[in-house]
Design a binder for this molecule. Structure first.
Ligand code: FES
Length: 152
């Protein structure tokens, strides 16, 4: 599906729906809007600062996500991301970083896209694939970290 086709199906923003916390329709809820307009842990790390990193794209829409993790004592002590994508991609990536920060590597590996969707109080059905990018990038960054820290 091209980006143009995607935009035609874009979920709508409904800023005055302050009480809406779950959403299976076509509107972003207030939690999603909050993470879209005020993304947490946005930024980047240098190669020296990061212990693992990932670059992931969603081939269905062309959106892209870069993610960095800093690991100390087997825990993700810092995480940063930069996203070129739709509001759903930015909000789900932001929530993913909130969920991942402070987790052990083993706990972070258990995080799935559904955890992100639940933490956001739901996202529109047509935007559910956006959450896959954040989770995929986290798992890729962990693999990168592990590949650099393999002990023989
Ligand atoms: Fe591409 Fe959301 S439409 S990640």
């Amino acid at each position: 599906m091209s980006h143009k086709q995607h935009n035609q199906e874009e979920a709508k923003i409904k800023p005055n729906e302050s009480t809406l916390q779950s959403n299976t329709g076509s509107y972003y809820n207030v939690t999603v809007m909050d993470h879209f307009t005020n993304p947490r842990n946005i930024g980047e790390m240098t190669e020296e600062e990061a212990d693992g990193s990932a670059l992931l794209g969603d081939p269905s829409c062309g959106d892209q996500l870069r993610l960095w993790i800093k690991v100390q004592d087997n825990k993700i002590v810092d995480i940063k991301f930069k996203c070129f994508g739709c509001p759903g991609a930015i909000a789900t990536s932001s929530m993913l970083t909130v969920l991942a920060k402070g987790k052990t590597i083993q706990q972070a590996k258990q995080l799935m896209d559904n955890d992100v969707i639940i933490a956001l109080g739901g996202i529109p059905e047509i935007k559910k694939h956006c959450s896959l990018m954040g989770v995929g990038a986290l798992h890729q960054a962990i693999k990168d970290y592990e590949s650099k820290n393999l002990k023989y």
